[in-house]
Write a protein that binds this ligand. Structure first.
Ligand code: F6P
Length: 344
């Protein structure tokens, strides 16, 4: 079999483990592996594909990012983009293409498979917001980095008696903020699914000082909407090819910190780990599950089960139609969010 692999969207730790799994199995079964460079961009125009030998996949298990390169190219928004992808897949003689990515990358994979392309998916996004699957490559590492960042910020918050607001990624869902906040002991977790009123936050900070704690660690997801945070268009309105505004430009942590300091009189600072949270070495968990998902993605490709992808359900890797996975976002359930309120 001649198997193409591509990674699309934001890079995430664990991608290389999945790439290595697909490549190792393909080569072990006498096949060849083709790199599609920089996501869907590599299938536009005349295509940008290159055959790789086994040496390309040596020593990459523990390396962050993606050796294949990535981009947010959306062929569905380009004139003749979908046709170009299908043509380049055929011209390169690919029997299968494994597309590793989040909802944007997978929505293109679903379309190509629907048009007869030999495409299977694999779940990756540090946002962890794909439905059907309980695991997405990169989430565990991101949460671990956020928890460690909170640990480190805590020393300044307690020593200087300050409130600190940390902004984390996650786009329209709050999984990174929620799990990072639980693991790092944030005393107030702000997620887009359940945005608080500023009064609630102000009362919380005042109560911490009144009770003698005299510091506060607040974690806020970048996609949260509150009147004090301004609209998404305030972030310059710049959109990527999938129509997403760059949320980091809004400065959610800065705006919240200013509002809290103004209302409470307590010194309040802001911090954002930004790309640090999706950079560097993947955790063992991400390496293991990315390898397991990559293995099942290869199996699907080998069987010709196109339009399908690995998903993690109840502690095992199962498979599901890509269409089901991208049909909706997985949101934080109310009872889980309410559970965190006991730790304020
Ligand atoms: O989707 C992954 C993600 O890291 C989001 O959490 C974040 O909003 C976005 O990517 C950042 O995108 P970019 O890499 O284009 O800055």
């Amino acid at each position: 079999m001649r198997v193409g692999i591509l990674t699309g969207g934001g890079d995430a730790p664990g991608l290389n483990a999945a790439i290595r799994a697909v490549a190792t199995l393909t080569l072990a079964n006498g096949g060849s592996v083709v790199q599609v460079r920089d996501g869907w961009k590599g299938l536009i125009g005349d295509g940008d594909l290159v055959q790789l030998d086994a040496s390309a996949f040596e020593g990459i298990l523990n390396i962050g990012g993606t050796i294949l390169g990535s981009s947010r190219t959306n062929p569905m928004k380009m004139e003749g983009g979908v046709e170009a992808c299908l043509r380049n897949i055929e011209r390169a003689g690919l029997d299968a293409l494994v597309a590793i990515g989040g909802d944007d990358t997978l929505s293109v994979a679903r379309r190509l498979a629907a048009e007869g392309g030999p495409v299977v998916g694999c779940p990756k996004t540090m946002d962890n917001d794909l439905s059907v699957t309980e695991y997405c490559i990169g989430f565990d590492t991101a949460v671990s980095i956020v928890a460690e960042s909170l640990d480190r910020v805590r020393t300044t918050a307690t020593s200087h008696h300050r409130a600190v607001v940390m902004e984390v990624m996650g786009r329209d869902t709050g999984w990174v903020a929620l799990d990072g906040g639980i693991a790092g002991g944030a005393d107030f977790i702000i997620v887009p699914e359940f945005p608080p009123h500023l009064d609630e936050l102000v009362e919380h900070v005042q109560a911490r000082w009144s009770s003698g704690k005299r510091h506060s660690l607040i974690i806020a997801a970048e996609g949260t909407e509150m009147p004090e945070l301004g609209g998404r268009e305030d972030a310059g309105g710049e959109r990527d090819a999938f129509g997403h505004v760059r949320l980091a430009k809004r400065g959610v942590a800065e705006r919240l910190a200013e509002a809290i300091e103004e209302r409470t009189g307590k010194e309040t600072r802001s911090v954002a780990p930004s790309y640090i949270q999706r950079g560097g070495t993947p955790t063992a968990f991400d390496r293991i599950w990315a390898t397991r998902c990559g293995t099942v993605a290869y199996d699907l490709a080998e069987k010709g089960s196109f339009g399908q992808m690995p998903v993690v359900r109840c502690g095992r890797v199962d498979t599901a139609p890509i269409a089901d996975v991208v049909a909706q976002q997985r949101l934080i359930p109310r009872e889980l969010y309410e559970m965190t309120q006991a730790f304020r």
